[in-house]
Design a protein around this ligand. Structure first.
Ligand code: P6P
Length: 336
């Protein structure tokens, strides 16, 4: 009899011995994400039917109009993580400051911090385009028993113990890594179970898809302009194909399966880039490297950047290894 596809729960149990810390801790983190993803998925799929679409009338720290689903997703992920008694702190794109989380015994004995973008690409909700949740997990570095501190969140990406994303698309998937490869699980909505559908996901070393908002072309650094012209050149396997959904999780996920590069460079409109280091670039970079890809700020490894602020932005070049290397070459040569 064909063995059924492994469920996420079975996968976690099978692999928790490879988690560098206590086995149960990983399960509680991923189980919290799993439950929250199912709840948010239900609302995202109903967005056109219930009064949950459209701006919530507030602005987040980024000065972006908060969509009601942003606010809803943020609350669901925060509450689910708190209830699992595993985190001592949470940082979110939607919250100006980090949240200190006490255990049910009012202590500060939980050992993990989670940073997240609860609903990335939310401006696409009203037009029925895929959106995603991105999360990043660290072990705290301040003493257990004391309140979580900003330095627990400002760790370089190389310190992540887990990272992943949920993509609410034509199907809903949870894709994550704990440093031992990348695995993708697809939700069967009829029974509310995630099944292992994409084991050991790997970026093709090369690809023919480049993802960038070319509307900003005139504002890009010369190296990026040169790379775009290289992609459009009639030579070898070029011109490449331009695919840009405007939803990082969707562009990243497609590029990881088909091969490609995503670029969000600096521009005169976004002098440090647009994407946030801690809860967008670092988790996606961890996944990319675990899948044999590469993630750079145009000159150096994303995961080695030492953060200084919770919501800091960095330029982001991420995807198939050879394509990111090529883009870095153009950035370095333009500097000469
Ligand atoms: P632009 C969504 O707001 C996001 O953070 C990413 O998901 C997406 O790739 C990017 O911004 C789109 O930004 O400036 O091209 O609309």
């Amino acid at each position: 009899m064909k063995e059924h596809n492994k469920t996420l729960g079975e996968f976690i149990i099978e692999n928790q011995k490879s988690f560098q810390y206590s086995s149960g801790e990983l399960s509680r983190i991923i189980n919290a994400i799993r439950l929250a993803a199912k709840v948010v998925n239900y609302k995202v799929n109903k967005a056109g039917l219930v009064d949950i679409v459209g701006a919530a009338g507030e602005q987040n720290i980024q000065g972006e109009d908060q969509q009601k689903l942003d606010v809803y997703a943020n609350e669901i992920f925060i509450q689910t993580l708190i209830n699992r008694e595993i985190v001592c702190g949470i940082a979110s794109e939607e919250n100006d400051d980090f949240i200190t989380v006490r255990g049910s015994d009012n202590s500060h004995t939980n050992k993990y911090v989670v940073l997240m973008d609860p609903l990335d690409g939310s401006s696409n909700i009203d037009v029925n385009v895929s959106v995603g949740t991105i999360f990043s997990v660290y072990r705290r570095i301040t003493p257990v028993g004391t309140p979580v501190a900003l330095e627990d969140f400002l760790q370089p990406g190389v310190n992540q113990v887990a990272a992943g994303y949920v993509i609410y698309g034509t199907s809903t998937m949870l894709v994550y890594t704990t440093g031992h490869g990348v695995n993708g699980f697809t939700l069967n909505p009829a029974i509310g179970t995630f099944y292992l559908s994409h084991p050991n996901m790997m970026f093709p070393k090369e690809g023919i898809i480049y993802s960038i908002n070319e509307g900003n072309y005139v504002h890009f650094p010369q190296g990026v302009k040169d790379y775009i012209k290289y992609c459009q050149l009639e030579e070898g396997d070029r011109p490449y194909t331009s695919r840009y959904i405007g939803s990082l999780v969707s562009d990243f996920h497609r590029n990881m399966i088909k091969g490609g590069i995503y670029l969000y460079p600096t521009s005169s409109k976004a002098p440090k880039g647009k994407l946030r280091l801690l809860y967008e670039c670092n988790p996606m970079a961890f996944i990319a490297e675990q899948a044999g890809g590469k993630a750079s700020d145009g000159f150096g490894r994303i995961l080695e950047i030492r953060p200084t602020e919770l919501h800091e932005r960095v330029p982001f070049f991420c995807g198939s290894y050879a394509m990111v290397e090529k883009a870095e070459d153009f950035m370095r040569n333009a500097k000469k």
